[in-house]
Design a protein around this ligand. Sequence first.
Ligand code: BMP
Length: 264
Amino acid sequence: SSNLRKTYTERAAVHPNPCARTFLELMERKRSNLSVAVDVTSKTELLEIAGKVGPYICLLKTHIDIVNDFDQDLVDQLKALSKKHDFMIFEDRKFADIGNTVKLQYGFGIYRIASWADITNCHSVPGEGIISGLKEIGLPLNRGLLLLAEMSSAGSLATGAYTAATVAMARRHQDFVIGFIAMRGMDAEDEGGDFIVMTPGVSLDVAGDGLGQQYRTPREVVVESGGDVVIVGRGIYGKGKNVEEQAKRYRDAGWEAYLERPVP
Ligand code: BMP
């Protein structure tokens, strides 16, 4: 997969998708391929962690529907932090319904995800209509979509033919699909095009969480498996952690791995 070995800057220079281009440029400018998954249930805590990790990340990943006291002000403040610290926002919504329904879920309701999230993601299980539906809302706003090609959890059914069909689907929608959630480089670039691979299940300290999550190190993900972005959650803000210290630690580990990645 030749594209995966090119630098983010080289890829940005020729990428046809504005959202992907902006993101690749941001990673190189900020020297960060770290995304932090802030899975907390209060607005104050979410904003506090976002403010602390902001200087070290390229992408803030949210699960907005777990916030007890969600309001529009939370979104406004997250947007302000993303401007202040130069990061993009990824709502990890994992849409999984028919095209018409996901369109409504993406654009409407309390969260109005498309209005603030630069990137979101969906499962490929319903078939291609899910991409077409989301695209109707997201494309006019220059948003980007990731397909879940694989998952980090034990026993995931997203393997083999399912993963291959997901990659093929992405290839047919390169105006909107900018990449994958996957555990390794997807080789989708071998036939042209460029997909950003974001990999969750990353920890420098532990192997799992007792609920099926499986962790690998940034080096395993980026150097050995060809992932582009490491997604780290509890490894950064878990019990007793110094959030800034851990964010810097994972940012450094991710970037060192990127620099170590073999070049053509
Ligand atoms: P943590 O590092 O605390 O295990 O968090 C991982 C994050 O990545 C969670 O927000 C989870 O929803 C997400 N995630 C994952 O762990 N595995 C996947 O395959 C896909 C995900 O989005």
